[in-house]
Design a protein. Structure first.
Length: 554
């Protein structure tokens, strides 16, 4: 008789708690730095699982979290799914109406909330109590003293909630298709869409991403996920770090660059991960302040394209950037821009060219790139189309959203909405989000490439490019630039445009460069082009494109 257990998360912790019992889990919290080991961690997950049982959380019911990255949030990562319940991480930076929709759609039975976020959650609940009707308990992440005076009812604190429970728990043998996690995509249009992660999806994602072809994590690493635990499982790092038995470091509520540099130095972090905006902040900080980051070997950068200039700057500091691409729908990691054997000896320009791409699919995934006519595009690094993907950790549907399923999936393939090229070596490069591609006079312009070019300039802190409506050319690019400290705005605009003219077809030249103080960001820290389109889109309808910058095809 074939005898095997299904692919589930529990054995990862079973192993870490026995073979790496003394390895530390460190966390910056509201109350200072917390530090304990895997053995204690396992006991606390058992207490949590017992506490969930005590209040009647049944298998498959959803447990919400509204929290930053810290040890208690990490306790829910194993305690909840391994007990058979489903961990639903909620992004606290979303607008109230999205939080209300998400909590009611997921029917969360209990919500864990950080002290500093309790008021935000209470406001959302007070504004639309019906959407929180399923919630039977709110738990503040701290001890009794951490509980703020907010109108969440019933409300208790985490340490009291788990305090009297046993450290013994009869962990069930779950089936691989048991839902273990859930996260909503931040939905740039319409309501957020729920993605469910089963036990086997998270298992497969963990096994693939610990490999050298993934994020290459092992027991000697000290891993600090800056990418939030409220979004797509912090790229799976709490699971991968546990699977290999490495030390965890959690940066706590709203960490700033000084907090991050301090933790890297004090805890000897070797591997960290986050979106490019976080690293823009850290690089700026390092220009002003002294910090010893010598322990740091690698940074995983993803969520948005890692500019080539950023990869180079970290290389100069002796820190390797692993540029990764993924999506909420994919648990989330899809590809990582590792060099293939032999490429190390290429000249720097070619090497950085590859590493700034989104890279090679990690083993286990398959993809195809489909053009507007429904044909697969050749791998020549030039032709582009929409990236379709499938694999063990890629979802095949959204939670209760048949209309979105119809649009975003095709015969088991996820249609990513990312427009890509694939080069002959198999590296994918995102040229744009389907909805961000600028179509001008029948030609297309990649907003991503223009942004990379602009951000490579020393005097540019951040830059983004949107297509604005244009009577004659349908759309024209306009650049929004946040100048760096001390930049000379009068000359910067012209310099940037000249730089683009030198590199790209003349119709790619933005019609205007506008200086702004900050690029608006989405709840996951990406540039929010929707806000810029709403704010500025109409002011360009007259069209100001000089004739000589017109697309050649017209
Ligand atoms: P949301 O923005 O809805 O929170 P995700 O976090 O799932 O969604 O983001 C997925 C999208 O982010 C991808 O489809 C892609 O457009 C973009 N993205 C992720 N990683 C990268 C990367 N390394 N380079 C460029 N774009 C990326």
């Amino acid at each position: 008789m074939p005898g095997h257990t299904d692919q589930t998360l529990r054995p990862f912790l079973w192993r870490a708690a026995r073979m790496f019992a003394d390895t530390e889990i460190v966390s910056r919290t509201h109350a200072g730095v917390s530090r304990y080991d895997y053995a204690t961690y396992e006991d606390r997950t058992a207490r949590l699982a017992n506490a969930l049982d005590s209040i009647g959380i049944e298998r498959g019911e959803r447990v919400g979290t509204f929290c930053w990255n810290h040890h208690r949030h990490f306790e829910t990562y194993f305690g909840v799914p391994s007990s058979g319940a489903q961990l639903h991480t909620i992004n606290p930076l979303l607008p109230d109406e999205h939080v209300q929709y998400i909590v009611s759609n997921a029917e969360d039975r209990i919500v864990f909330v950080d002290p500093s976020l309790a008021e935000t959650l209470a406001d959302a609940a007070a504004d639309d109590p019906d959407s929180f009707a399923s919630v039977a308990q709110f738990v503040v992440m701290g001890d009794a003293e951490a509980v703020p005076d907010v109108s969440l009812d019933p409300l208790t604190d985490y340490e009291s909630f788990v305090g009297d429970e046993s450290t013994e728990y009869d962990w069930p043998l779950l089936s691989g298709d048991q839902p273990a996690g859930m996260c909503y995509t931040s939905g740039t249009t319409g309501q957020p869409k729920g993605v469910e992660y089963t036990q086997e999806m998270l298992w497969a994602h963990t096994m693939a991403t610990i490999t050298p072809q993934g994020l290459d994590i092992d027991a000697g690493d000290v891993v600090m996920p800056v990418v939030p635990m409220f979004h797509v499982n912090a790229w799976g790092m709490p699971f991968t770090t546990t699977a290999v038995g490495a030390k965890h470091v959690y940066p706590g509520p709203s960490p700033d660059p000084a907090d991050l540099a301090g933790l890297i130095e004090a805890e000897e972090v070797t591997l960290t991960a986050g979106v490019p905006t976080v690293w823009i902040g850290l690089l700026e900080y390092l220009e002003e302040e002294e910090a010893d980051l010598s322990s740091l070997e690698r940074i995983v950068i993803g969520g948005s394209a890692a500019p080539k200039s950023m990869i180079e700057r970290f290389d100069d500091l002796g820190i390797e950037v692993a540029h990764a691409w993924g999506m909420t729908e994919m648990s989330p990691i899809g590809s990582v821009a590792h060099l293939k054997p032999g490429m190390e000896s290429w000249d720097a320009g070619d090497r950085y060219g590859k590493r700034a791409k989104q890279g090679l699919m990690v083993p286990g995934l398959e993809f195809q790139v489909i053009d507007d006519d429904g044909e697969e595009v050749p791998w020549n690094g030039e032709d582009f189309g929409e990236l379709w993907i499938r694999g063990p950790w890629v979802t095949t549907e959204y939670y209760e959203r048949p209309e979105a399923n119809e649009e975003d999936f095709h015969e088991g393939w996820l249609k990513t909405g990312d427009v890509v090229t694939v080069d002959p070596e198999g590296y994918i490069q995102i040229v744009d989000r389907a909805k961000d591609v600028i179509k001008s006079g029948g030609e297309w312009i990649s907003s991503v490439e223009l942004e990379n070019e602009l951000m490579a300039h020393d005097d540019v802190a951040e830059a983004t490019v949107i297509g604005v409506p244009h009577e004659r050319w349908q759309e024209r690019p306009v650049a929004f630039v946040v100048p760096g400290e001390g930049a000379d705005r009068d000359s910067l605009g012209d310099e940037l445009l000249e730089g683009i003219e030198a590199e790209y077809p003349k119709w790619w030249r933005p019609d205007d460069v506008l200086f702004i103080d900050e690029v608006p960001k989405t709840a996951t820290g990406k540039f929010d082009k929707k806000v810029l389109r709403e704010e500025y889109g109409d002011s360009f309808v007259e069209g100001r494109v000089p004739e000589e910058a017109a697309p050649e095809s017209d």
